[in-house]
Write a protein that binds this ligand. Structure first.
Ligand code: ADP
Ligand code: MG
Length: 621
């Protein structure tokens, strides 16, 4: 080269000038990401060199250790990042550090055009090499290409519109980036701080990173090792490092694949939603790596949203380094990875349900709600999720059972899956709606979670059999073989019609109709929906979602054989003015609202109950 001692002045491409202007004036709080960018470039350069060596190209300085060195001079406030990677020629310097080839930085600029504040979003993008100008007054890059006999060059810029390139003396292969820190970025001249940043952002970079001759990063990424060599304890330790959760995870999965896309992933199902109260979870998502370089701290594209309780890491060589958040989504590999991870998680949960029902119950009580969310949102994959659903039932004795178990216990004659919606297990367990089912030995699914009403909307049937609400007015149950009741025990037709009139008068338009029940056995009365099927379930969803929603009035059914109803009818016949009658009717009605989870304010009942008790006790004297 005859260009020695000449200083060549060049100007950045317009978009680089734009980017530099923003970066050097931004107030971004986490400026430390500049180091992640420089180290990932060094790591890329080393990977590319490795490739050149493996493909038998002749390289300069073949015995140099493949490593990254970070050195600081606290007094001079300089930081130096050196690598023994592929290096750059003059042409490459101009091309790589004078233009933006980089999609992350371009996407960043585009987002700014859409009106976002740069200070809020820098960290979401791999803004690349230029990020260094958030902390630098001046940057000097001295580089020598791996090609034998290459000339070394120094690139210098103060982050304004121009840079210079001059020939340099450099014996060793690779690149040295010298950063003259801004006054307000002096913190980055501290070895302690630098080590901390490397641990946090570049711990799994595959090459050693030396700070003061000490290797700072772990290098060996757990997910890149063979699952058969990893102990459960190592998986658990890694989980704790990752999540700061003190508890052991319920389940871990190690996924390794190379076709159709490269995937190395470790995923965890936590034991509960609690986590560490000292370090509460502020965001969810998987740590996304590409070839062990951290791209994103909370990636949300690799799993469907309803699986957001899953913790873990994904590394894929098919995701380009420093790709922007927006472009991660549209990357071809992402779809494959998402499908694979989702499938494996669901499979593992199914197995957990079959093999460790107790652990599965812990899972279900913490995260069942997410699975239900999935059933209502993942239209294409809904059927895969059905085996994960669990319900308590009128016959499960407090245990969670699957729909499969329920169907397995159905008799030949049973044509539908019966369910009851309500606010709590206790409430549905004592619901009058269950009378007819208990009498016939029919099992009823308890749906006491607010989301259940939505889930049932999207289910409608399972294995070809419909779901039926126990309060559906069109419900038909097989006839009950039971001896005729003796007539004295039951209310006469005349007394019953008097009673019905009285109920109507007292309750007014709070009920749409009062009639005799054909199904009640042990309960005095029940409320039946006037609407059938989805419309009925939807009322509950709306009550849950809309504060002021009033559930449409229902039909009140009376059991003429129940002693309370029978005696009340007799009391009306004998002493229609008795002060006990109206409060009793009111109370019976409100009990039903409560049992159905429809009572707007149960506390309101207390004064009336006290009045009734006072009467009852005084009569008992
Ligand atoms: P990206 O790394 O996403 O391509 P950057 O802005 O970080 O974008 O870097 C731009 C380019 O500069 C890189 O693609 C690479 O070709 C070159 N480069 C940066 N740092 C180094 C380095 N340490 N060694 C070799 N080439 C480098
Ligand atoms: Mg880069």
């Amino acid at each position: 080269m005859s260009a020695e001692h000449t200083v060549e002045s060049l100007t950045f491409k317009t978009e680089v000038q734009q980017l530099l202007h923003i970066l050097s004036h931004s107030l971004y709080k986490e400026r430390e990401i500049f180091l992640r960018e420089l180290i990932s470039n060094a790591s890329d350069a080393l990977h590319r060199l490795q490739f050149e060596m493996l493909t038998n190209r002749e390289v300069h300085d073949p015995d140099a250790e493949l490593a990254i060195h970070v050195d600081v001079d606290e007094e001079a406030k300089t930081l130096t990042i050196s690598d023994s990677g592929i290096g750059m020629t003059h042409e490459e310097l101009v091309e790589n550090l004078g233009t933006i080839a980089h999609s992350g930085a371009l996407a960043f600029l585009k987002t700014l055009e859409e009106g976002q504040r740069p200070d809020d979003i820098i960290g979401q993008f791999g803004v690349g090499f230029y990020a260094v100008f958030m902390v630098a007054d001046e940057v000097r890059v001295t580089t020598r290409s791996y090609r034998p006999d290459a000339q070394a060059w120094t690139w210098t810029s103060r982050g304004d519109s121009a840079y210079t390139i001059t020939p340099a003396e450099k014996e060793t292969r690779g690149t040295v980036v010298e950063v003259q820190l801004k006054e307000d970025a002096a913190e980055f001249a501290s070895p302690w701080r630098i080590k901390q940043i490397i641990k946090q952002h570049s711990d799994y970079v595959a090459f050693p990173i030396y700070v003061d001759d000490e290797v700072v990063n772990q290098q060996q990424a757990l997910w890149q090792r063979s699952p058969s060599e990893i102990t459960d304890e190592e998986y658990d330790d890694f989980y704790r490092q990752l999540t700061l959760d003190f508890e052991q995870p319920l389940l871990h999965l190690h996924i390794v694949a190379d076709v159709p896309v490269d995937i190395h992933s470790i995923l965890y199902v936590p034991r509960g939603t609690g986590h560490n109260v000292l370090a509460p979870k502020t965001d969810y998502g998987l740590k996304l790596y590409s070839r062990k370089v951290l791209i994103q701290e909370h990636n949300k594209d690799m799993l469907p949203e309803y699986l957001r309780f899953i913790e873990g890491v994904v590394d894929s060589a098919d995701i380009p380094l420093n790709v922007a958040r927006e472009t991660v989504q549209s990357n071809r590999a992402v779809g494959h990875i998402k499908k694979a991870l989702r499938g494996r998680i669901i499979k593992a949960l199914k197995e957990l349900g079959a093999e460790k029902p107790e652990d599965y119950a812990i899972f279900w009580e913490s995260f069942g709600i997410f699975i239900k969310e999935g059933v209502t949102t993942d239209f294409g994959g809904r059927d895969d999720l059905l085996p994960l659903l669990r319900y308590k039932t009128s016959q499960s004795e407090g245990r969670w059972i699957s729909l499969e178990t329920y169907v397995g216990r159905m008799s030949e004659e049973q044509t539908a899956l019966y369910y009851i919606l309500g606010d709590s297990e206790a409430a549905v367990d004592s619901s009058p709606h269950l009378d007819a089912f208990r009498a016939r030995g029919l099992e009823v699914l308890y749906m006491t979670d607010p989301l259940d009403a939505l889930v049932i909307q999207s289910l409608r049937e399972y294995q070809g059999k419909p779901f039926k609400n126990v309060d559906d007015p069109e419900l038909e149950l097989p006839p009950l073989e039971k001896p005729e009741e003796s007539p004295e025990e039951t209310t006469s037709d005349e007394a019953l019609s008097e009673l019905i009139v009285r109920f109507r008068n007292v309750l007014g338009d709070r009920v749409s109709q009062v009639r005799e029940s054909q199904v009640l056995q042990d309960s005095p009365c029940r409320l039946v929906s006037a609407a059938s099927g989805p419309e009925n379930d939807m009322q509950r969803v709306r009550k849950w979602l809309e504060r002021d929603y009033e559930v449409p009035v229902k039909i009140l059914e009376l059991n003429r054989r129940h002693p309370l109803i029978h005696n009340l009818a007799q009391l009306i016949a004998r002493r229609p003015e008795d002060p006990l009658i109206n409060p009793t009717i009111e109370q019976l009605f409100e009990n039903l609202l409560l049992l159905d989870g429809l009572h707007p304010d149960p506390v309101r009942m207390v004064p009336r109950i006290q009045t009734l008790l006072t009467e009852a006790v005084s009569k008992a004297l």
